[in-house]
Design a protein around this ligand. Structure first.
Ligand SMILES: [Zn+2]
Length: 179
């Protein structure tokens, strides 16, 4: 998945780097106390070792959306404004982990409230902890937003099924702090 650009920069320049800068913007960026000039990276590559360690999948709003491909576990309607629903309510001892949560539209979540998973409130999808690869397979069905065409060579080998959308075309569109 993604990490904030600030984290990526730290990973490139700390004493044991786990990322490297692959391509750069032409502009220099002023950092730290003002005596350290670097170019702002347009493509950062994570080292393979770092990548392997990160293959567990955190449970959050976004990852849950992709496990279910955005469809409510009860009525099966697609919604981007869904919620995390606890299959066995937390008030009845249900854990807050992958094996007890589903993506639910607001309407179903409200109606289910703290009912147990019986009848219509039994999820119509498997409730499981996905692997990184299972989640990525689903993620690829949705649009991928990349900042610039610089990223296209790195996206090609991903076999992305959804649209690849470039959000920023000109180098000069980039950032503040340009020297
Ligand atoms: Zn629903």
């Amino acid at each position: 998945m993604t990490i904030p650009v600030k984290d990526a920069m730290v990973r490139c320049y700390n004493t044991e780097p786990t990322c490297r800068v692959e391509r750069e913007w032409p502009q220099e960026v002023l950092t730290g106390k003002g005596n350290w000039h670097i170019k702002w990276p347009s493509v950062i590559v994570r080292h393979a070792t770092d990548f392997v360690q990160k293959q567990t999948v955190d449970l959050n709003h976004t990852t849950l959306f992709y496990r279910e491909e955005g469809k409510c576990a009860y009525c099966r309607e697609y919604t981007v404004n869904g919620t995390k629903d606890h299959v066995i309510p937390t008030s009845k001892g249900g854990p807050n982990d992958w094996t007890n949560v589903v993506w639910a539209c607001k309407d179903c979540n409200t109606r289910k409230a703290n009912k147990m998973p019986k009848g219509m409130w039994k999820p119509k999808v498997p409730v499981f902890k996905p692997t990184y690869w299972e989640l990525l397979k689903n993620r690829k069905k949705f649009p991928l937003y990349i900042q610039t065409e610089d990223w296209l060579p790195y996206v090609e080998w991903l076999d992305w099924e959804g649209d690849v959308i470039i959000t920023m075309k000109k180098h000069l569109d980039i950032g503040p702090n340009v020297v």
